[in-house]
Every structure is written in C-alpha cells, then in structure tokens.
Write a protein that binds this ligand. Structure first.
Ligand SMILES: [Ca+2]
Ligand SMILES: [Ca+2]
Length: 238
C-alpha cells in the first residue's frame, strides 16, 4: 500500500492510533474523516502528497507530527505545513482556543481548519494572500482576526465568518499616539533631541517605540525633525 484513499477510514470512531508503513507516499482528501478517537498522528518521511484536510472532523486530534526527514511537509506546534512553512495545510480538529498563523505563511489551504468546532479564534497575518475554499467551513463559534484590508478580511466577509480587526502596528513618527503624524509629533521629537527634561518617561518611551530615526540614516538628529516637517509640507514647528 503506497497511499490512503479518500474516506479510507471514514468515521472509524474506534480508531485510536495509526502507525503508517515506511512506504506510504500519499494521503488523500478526508482519508481519516470523523476518526474522533485519534489523538495524534505522525506523517512518515516518504509522504509527498497530501489531499485536502485528510483529518476532517477528527475532533480528538490534538497534534499532527511529521517525520523530520520528510522533504515535502513539516509540523509546527502540531499543525501541518509544507516544508517551507509557507502553506498551512491542516490544523488538527482537536485544537482548542485561539491559534495564530505564523508570519511565514502566505497561503492557507482549502479545508485547512474545516470542521474544527473547538477553535474560538484564528489570527491571520498580513503575509497570507491566499485562503482556499472552505478553509473555515463548519467552524462554529470561530472568529477570524486580521488587519483591515487584508486577504483574511475579504475572505471572512465573502464567507460570512465573524471578523475582528486587529490593531495596526506602531505608526512611524506618531510619537504622541494619536494615530497620525503631525507637527505635534515633530515638536516632541525636537524636544527629545534637545534632551528636554520636561519630557515624561512615557513620552520618551513612545518616541523610542515609533522610530525616532525618522529619515533612517542610523542616528537621531535634528535632521529627522526637518525630514518630518518636509513630509508634512511645512518648515516651521508651529
Ligand atoms: Ca501623532
Ligand atoms: Ca536620522
């Protein structure tokens, strides 16, 4: 046997563990669909092809492992990926709570999270530009989290999945935290550069956390203030 067909073990609810033979090369879609007693599984080194969510509705499956010598696939934190960790292939159905897709991922495979009723949230990074059909189908109670305008937001809206916007990262040059870069920020930076002792430690921390080296030349000088003002279309701090 070199492969496991679609629905080969469909609803084998008593199947508690599987040890694959060394010659196994492929596992097709839904091969272990509904095998609720499975708790973990190890994909052997020789497997080169895996279909769409072979572990669909495996509600007890906590971790998918991959033999370290497998050249096509990898596992991180119990989740199945391609070797480069660029495609998330399958998150086990017994995974509960919140999950954050790693920043290395650019694609979420069709059916990757399908049938998981234990997950409450999946955070999708901006690196993800493709989400396959039915990736979150049947995930009752799941909220997708992502950035405004991201692929995740478009996908969630299209498929009627609850979506939550996550806050954007620090805005470069926004030293007073009002989500905009204005002359007031340039004034703060100028005070920082002149070592104004009236600046609070919170103000100093905010400046340091929002790229005080505004022009990116490696040093923080009055030139950074000039550059900010230039970009703001003024030459004088008001
Ligand atoms: Ca600001
Ligand atoms: Ca600079």
């Amino acid at each position: 046997m070199t492969g496991i067909d679609e629905y080969a073990f469909d609803s084998c609810t008593a199947l508690a563990s599987v040890t694959f033979g060394k010659g196994l090369e492929w596992i097709w879609d839904d091969a272990f669909c509904g095998c609720s007693a499975l708790t973990d599984i190890t994909i052997p080194a020789g497997v080169t092809e895996i279909g769409e969510n072979p572990f669909y509705h495996c509600a007890g499956l906590k971790e998918i492992h991959v033999d370290k010598d497998n050249a096509a696939f990898a596992s991180q934190d119990g989740v199945l990926f391609d070797k480069a960790l660029a495609e998330l292939i399958c998150c086990p159905g017994g995974r509960a709570g919140d999950y954050t897709v790693p920043d290395s991922v650019t694609a979420i495979a069709a059916g990757a999270f399908s049938g998981n009723t234990n997950l409450t949230g999946v955070t999708v990074p901006e690196s993800v530009t493709s989400i396959g059909e039915g990736a979150f189908s049947g995930c009752e109670g799941l909220t997708v989290r992502g950035y405004a305008g991201s692929c995740a937001e478009a996908y969630a809206k299209e498929n009627g999945i609850p979506f939550e916007t996550i806050a954007q990262g620090p805005v470069k040059g926004d030293y007073n935290g009002d989500a905009a870069v204005t002359v007031a920020d340039a004034v703060l930076l100028a005070r920082f550069i002149s070592e104004d002792t009236a600046l609070t430690s919170e103000q100093i921390a905010a400046i340091l956390n929002h790229e005080p080296d505004f022009d990116g030349d490696g040093i923080v000088t009055i030139r950074d203030v000039s550059e900010m003002l230039k970009q703001l279309g003024t030459s004088q701090p008001a």
